[in-house]
Design a binder for this molecule. Structure first.
Ligand SMILES: NC(=O)c1ccc[n+]([C@@H]2O[C@H](COP(=O)([O-])OP(=O)(O)OC[C@H]3O[C@@H](n4cnc5c(N)ncnc54)[C@H](OP(=O)(O)O)[C@@H]3O)[C@@H](O)[C@H]2O)c1
Length: 303
């Protein structure tokens, strides 16, 4: 008997990759506004807006999942900053409904938070460090984390660092896809020099999610790569690996007043707990790039 799992936002960048790495022991269904490209075999989709409470409740009772992976969110930091009502509705109120459902049905909830919950003053944050959000996106994530901790016992909160990879279809929130598309047209790409992150490839992230879904592990997990790097330096390494000119990578000026929401300077995450607890190995940036390229080649795609 296959275990039933719901993945919210399956048409997006990270969730699409998670779905693509499922093994046959899972019966997957996903809820999203739409699914770009071809729906993978064996996956069922209900197209809906997750903020429609009645439709969400109906979908949950029709499918009765044993595990929910809640990834759907307004994931653009600047969109959240300038559309707070929408961000609250999607990022907090949907989580609240899922928490209520999971509490009632004893369903495991795996929630996607973010490295941005920290203020970035210290870096290499552990699961024990206290979140201090600097922007509204991070506030919605911290608020959701609190709802989960108060309402449930069987939960996992994943705080991914910057996720590197290519979407299975569409563009989603993949900065790598957007970067490769831009440089293919000869456009410059701007990355901040002062923002430090511990990027993780989306394939390792996906394998961790399946491990967390299939075991009785609970609690916080910082899913991050082994390398601590500025986003600018990371972009230069992407240029080398994905064969475009380093001259196309330019520094992005810090611009908290010009419409860009404030970001933590050093939001690097300590991945010691993930390394200690999970069988899935955490990777260096270089090894993550190799995994992404190998994954595309297996699909017959050239990058
Ligand atoms: N990418 C990163 O580097 C990163 C880092 C840390 C944490 N995260 C977190 O990881 C999760 C996945 O991120 P991602 O980059 O894969 O984001 P993504 O590509 O934007 O995927 C999110 C999906 O959720 C869907 N969605 C949003 N609002 C919805 C609604 N009201 N009803 C139905 N579907 C809705 C989106 O559809 P639309 O496209 O139509 O809105 C999209 O398909 C998010 O929770 C994000 O905050 C991401």
């Amino acid at each position: 008997m296959r275990k039933k799992i719901l993945i919210t936002g399956g048409g997006g960048f990270a969730p699409g990759n998670i779905i693509s790495k499922a093994d046959k022991s899972w019966e997957i269904f996903t809820l999203d506004r739409e699914f770009p490209g071809k729906l993978p075999e064996g996956v069922s989709l209900r197209e809906m807006d997750l903020t429609d409470g009645k439709a969400l409740e109906k979908a949950l009772s029709d499918h009765s999942p044993e595990v929910i992976v809640h990834t759907a969110a307004v994931s653009d930091i600047d969109v959240c900053e300038h559309n707070r009502e929408l961000a609250k509705k999607v990022n907090v109120e949907v989580t609240a409904r899922l928490v209520e459902y999971c509490a009632r049905t004893n369903t495991k909830l795996i929630y996607f938070s973010t490295d941005s919950v920290f203020d970035g003053k210290k870096g290499m944050y552990t699961e024990e460090d206290k979140p201090v959000p600097l922007n509204f996106y991070a506030e919605t994530k911290v608020y959701s984390e609190e709802l989960i901790k108060k309402g449930l016992t069987n939960w996992v909160i994943i705080r991914p660092s910057l996720i590197v990879g290519l979407p299975v279809s569409g563009t989603g929130n993949s900065f790598l896809r957007k970067t490769l598309d831009a440089v293919a047209e000869g456009k410059e790409v701007a990355f901040p020099k002062e923002e430090i992150r511990t990027p993780l490839d989306v394939i390792t992230l996906s394998l961790c999610v399946w491990e967390l879904a299939g075991t009785n592990l609970t609690g916080y997990f910082h899913l991050a790569g082994n390398d601590r790097t500025s986003r600018y330096e990371m972009a230069l390494r992407i240029a080398d690996k994905f064969n475009f000119s380093r001259n196309l990578v330019v520094p992005k000026q810090p611009d908290a007043t010009g419409g860009r929401a404030p970001r933590p300077v050093d939001a690097s995450l300590n991945n010691a707990k993930a390394k200690r607890t999970l069988a899935t190995p955490m990777r260096s940036l270089e090894s993550g790039f190799d995994l992404i390229i190998e994954n595309e080649r297996k699909k017959g795609k050239d990058i």
